[in-house]
Structure formats: structure tokens, C-alpha cells
Design a protein around this ligand. Structure first.
Ligand SMILES: *[C@@H]1O[C@H](CO)[C@@H](O)[C@H](O)[C@H]1NC(C)=O
Ligand SMILES: [Cu+2]
Length: 174
């Protein structure tokens, strides 16, 4: 760094801060996907949700949105047995807003059915497998100051703020 004139140091430090901040934010925004179940058809009976899931990969951090006319359908999260038998869980209320977003927080199989009589048996049932988010491309670690994992938006925000603060500090110090 002794080779750099004071002005160049400022430039290098602030450019570093900007690049590092972008590197922290870019992967978090790019990787989280929101899946509208059934796309424009939405959540309804007489639809093949197995075909809809084919070729899709769901990761922790993604979310599902169930769209339907409120009052016409609902969304129960069930286990594999209830899914097979199209039976509503004995405890727990369904989602009923007509635009129900479900964040995928853990890995593994997730099962959803409509609780209106006859709808699940008419195909209104969805099973997905949620994969570990780390299977997605990992962000390139640039800054040694960002100790936080990029998994959560909050920690990413803190990390970016730290990087920017260091950059600003650097502009005054050098
Ligand atoms: C699935 O959930 C039902 C209640 O809705 C429960 O009775 C049953 O034991 C559960 N099955 C498994 C395999 O957890
Ligand atoms: Cu229904």
C-alpha cells in the first residue's frame, strides 16, 4: 500500500467497499425464488401438480404461493400419510386468504392438500422436496470483515453495513 498515493488509496478502499457490499447482497436476492403453485391456473382441483413440480428445484429460502378465490379452497400442510389418504389433520387450521405464501424453511418433503371435501381426491394436492440452499452457487468471499453467513438477510445487511463503514473509515484514515 506504500506504493499508492493517498488519493489512490481512497479510491481503492471505497471501490473495495462497494464491490464487497454488492457481493454480499447479490447472491441473497438472486437465489430466493417465489413459486406460484400451478402458475396462472393457481390452486384448484382437476390439475396435475406432479406435472407442475417436474423439473423444478425447491431450496430452503424459496417460498410457495397458493392463489385461489378465497372461500373456494384452502391449504392444509399435512404429513405423508394424510397426503396419501387425502385426510385433513385433526389439529391445526388451514390457510384461507386466497393468496397464501409459505416460506420453505427446512429441507425434506412437504405435503399440502385442499381441505374442501372431494378436492384432494380430485388432484388438489402438492408434494415437493426442499433441498439445502447451500447446493446453490456460493457467494465469493471477498472481505475478511464479513464474518456473517450470507444465509439471512439480516446478517447480510449487517455485513454489508460493516464493509461500507470500514470503507468510509478508510477514506478518512488514508
Ligand atoms: C400424520 O398426521 C396425523 C394427524 O393429522 C396423525 O394421526 C398421524 O399419526 C401422522 N402420521 C405420521 C406418520 O406422522
Ligand atoms: Cu379445493
Amino acid at each position: 500500500m506504500a506504493l499508492f498515493a493517498s488519493k489512490n488509496k481512497k479510491m481503492v478502499v471505497s471501490m473495495f467497499a462497494v464491490v464487497a457490499a454488492l457481493a454480499v447482497f447479490a447472491p441473497t436476492t438472486a437465489s430466493a425464488k417465489q413459486y406460484v403453485v400451478g402458475d396462472e391456473t393457481g390452486w384448484t382441483k382437476d390439475f396435475d401438480y406432479t406435472t407442475w413440480t417436474a423439473g423444478k428445484q425447491f431450496f430452503v429460502g424459496d417460498s410457495l404461493v397458493f392463489n385461489y378465490p378465497a372461500g373456494k379452497h384452502n391449504v392444509f400442510k399435512v404429513n405423508g400419510t394424510d397426503f396419501q389418504q387425502c385426510s385433513k389433520p385433526l389439529v391445526g387450521a388451514p390457510l384461507t386468504t386466497g393468496s397464501d405464501e409459505i416460506p420453505l424453511k427446512t429441507t425434506g418433503k412437504k405435503w399440502y392438500i385442499c381441505g374442501v371435501t372431494g378436492h384432494c381426491t380430485s388432484g388438489q394436492k402438492l408434494v415437493i422436496t426442499v433441498l439445502d440452499g447451500s447446493a446453490a452457487p456460493a457467494p465469493t468471499p471477498i472481505s475478511p470483515t464479513t464474518g456473517a453467513a450470507p444465509g439471512s438477510i439480516v446478517s447480510a445487511g449487517f455485513a454489508a453495513a460493516t464493509v461500507v463503514a470500514v470503507g468510509v473509515l478508510g477514506m478518512f484514515m488514508f
